[in-house]
Unconditional design. Structure first.
Length: 318
């Protein structure tokens, strides 16, 4: 009995764009565990970057052989907002490769920043031209604020002035967009069910801003840190509560939105705990360190669960 082989082009067409978000979270989780177990930091980052990089390469291959899908996604109000996760994940992969192939890693990192800026430009152009408040979803934070991943991954890369400019751009974008997003969520129509998983992204920007700031600046302003820490904790706790509803939603590729906010939340708390370790009483330090460890385990479970659901849906089912 002969079986019909599905062409590779058709298989790649079915790769969901949000897989890039899962790739970003998977690669970033290695950096979080590296902060918890420094002894195996490079191995942890490299293994996670390899796994996350595979997810990102699948999405890139999809667009490489189906250029029309690239245009369709860029112009879509939800898909277009999550496409920069591909560039963000590539920055994380580049940081993991830096100790082994520094020139290549720096080139890859700079390329990823350039791609992110280009995706931000196209996203803004389409959304300004076709703006509707009802189209606004939490994933709209990703293009302008997600570029702060460049600050999180900047150690050893150089280009301090570029990194600082990127950080301040992302910070200002977050401060402008947060009240607009809260207004949209509270006073406008409910988010469509297909886009509901993006609610989890609300937990990412404050933590990402905190993690990027602590990574990129040797002498951080304690007032800014003091403002970001409670905001990051509050937003993360808010997503924990939202999970009671979000995890009951039927599986969709949007489940990837659950992952990176949890990972970057843990990363931010580890960096903050390290900052205050020698400045506060031991019990205060251990409290924040304990929060970081707790968030890391939650993030690990969420990333594993979402990857499992992806596998069951796209592999086992077929």
């Amino acid at each position: 009995m002969s079986t019909t082989q599905v062409p590779l082009r058709e298989r790649l067409k079915n790769v969901p764009t949000p897989l890039g978000g899962l790739g970003l979270a998977t690669a970033s989780l290695g950096g979080t565990w590296a902060l918890y177990v420094p002894r195996f930091a490079e191995q942890s980052k490299l293994l996670a970057a390899f796994l996350g990089g595979l997810f990102i390469l699948l999405v890139l291959a999809k667009f490489a052989v189906n250029s029309k899908l690239l245009k369709d996604d860029i112009s879509h109000p939800v898909a277009g907002s999550i496409m920069p996760t591909i560039a963000m994940g590539t920055m994380v992969v580049a940081a993991a490769l830096l100790p082994y192939v520094p020139a290549f890693a720096r080139g890859l990192w700079l390329t990823a920043i350039a791609v992110h800026i280009a995706l931000l430009f196209f996203f803004a152009a389409y959304r300004i031209r076709e703006f509707r408040m009802e189209h606004m979803v939490p994933s709209w934070f990703v293009p302008p604020v997600g570029i702060i991943v460049a600050a999180v991954t900047c150690k050893g890369m150089g280009y301090d002035s570029l990194v600082h400019a990127i950080f301040y751009f992302g910070l200002v974008a977050y401060l402008i967009k947060l009240p607009l997003m809260m207004y949209r969520l509270i006073f406008k129509d409910c988010i469509p069910q297909a886009a509901l998983p993006t609610i989890a992204i609300m937990g990412a920007p404050a933590s990402l801003t905190l993690a990027g700031y602590l990574a990129a600046f040797d002498e951080p302003n304690l007032i800014l840190v003091g403002a970001l820490v409670p905001l990051a904790l509050f937003m993360t706790m808010l997503v924990y509560v939202a999970f009671f509803k979000l995890l009951r939603l039927p599986f969709s590729p949007g489940y990837a939105a659950f992952t990176f906010p949890m990972v970057i939340g843990a990363t931010a708390m580890f960096k903050f705990a390290a900052l205050i370790q020698s400045e506060v009483p031991a019990h205060i330090y251990h409290m924040f360190y304990g929060v970081a460890v707790f968030e890391m385990y939650i993030a690990s479970v969420i990333v594993f669960y979402v990857a499992l659901r992806y596998g069951m849906h796209y592999l086992v089912r077929r």
